[in-house]
Write a protein that binds this ligand. Structure first.
Ligand SMILES: Cc1cc2nc3c(=O)[nH]c(=O)nc-3n(C[C@H](O)[C@H](O)[C@H](O)COP(=O)(O)O)c2cc1C
Length: 166
């Protein structure tokens, strides 16, 4: 595992988010992960920040609320499409995704949430701000298109404490 610059990872993250997604890992004793397509990375409060958007219904949402840390694991180009698909429809409430999909958890350096093996790169983040989305604050076309059934996202802003390339 080698440390890489944020800008290298920002580029990699953007590329994967706009195709099949990345993995968001949360929880410590019994970690869980899900596929994410919505995330941003940049500088806020003078810190490198990754923002992830997680709907209230997700098991991962519970995990993020009990331990304010997460990791984002980025697949190698063109790999793990099947795993991203399954992790994006199955809940950790029903299955142990790591054992079902053949992943091992690896220890992270700066947070207690683990990383996933078989990935190309990862961010380690500690949540420094979170906010729930509310209909009243959102453009009505977005409400109708994405929140017809409610289940709004919570936006979690994580300070990036470490970046890795495997
Ligand atoms: C390509 C893709 C991208 C996704 N992006 C997000 C996302 O950014 N936020 C979110 O809340 N759910 C997203 N999902 C849905 C979750 O991954 C899915 O509901 C998952 O089963 C939740 O798992 P959990 O209940 O174990 O947390 C996405 C699914 C796919 C297939």
């Amino acid at each position: 595992m080698r440390n890489v610059t944020q800008s290298e990872l920002f580029t990699q993250l953007e590329k994967h988010l706009s195709s099949k997604g990345c993995f968001l890992v949360a929880g410590k004793e019994q970690p869980n992960f899900m596929t994410i397509g919505w995330a941003t990375a940049g500088i806020m409060w003078g810190k490198p920040i990754a923002m992830v958007a997680v709907r209230l219904s997700r098991y991962t949402h519970e995990k993020l609320n009990s331990l304010k840390e997460f990791t984002i694991c980025i697949p190698k180009d063109g790999e793990l499409g099947r795993e991203l698909g399954i992790a994006g429809v199955k809940s950790g409430r029903e299955i142990d995704k790591a054992s079902e999909l053949g992943f091992q958890y690896l220890p992270a350096q700066k947070v207690s949430v683990p990383l996933l093996d078989r990935c190309a790169a990862a961010y380690e983040c500690r949540i420094v701000y979170e906010t729930e989305m509310h209909e009243a604050n959102l453009a009505s076309d977005i409400v109708h298109r994405f929140y017809a059934e409610g289940d709004y996202h919570t936006l979690y802003f994580g300070e990036i404490l470490a970046c890795h390339q495997f």
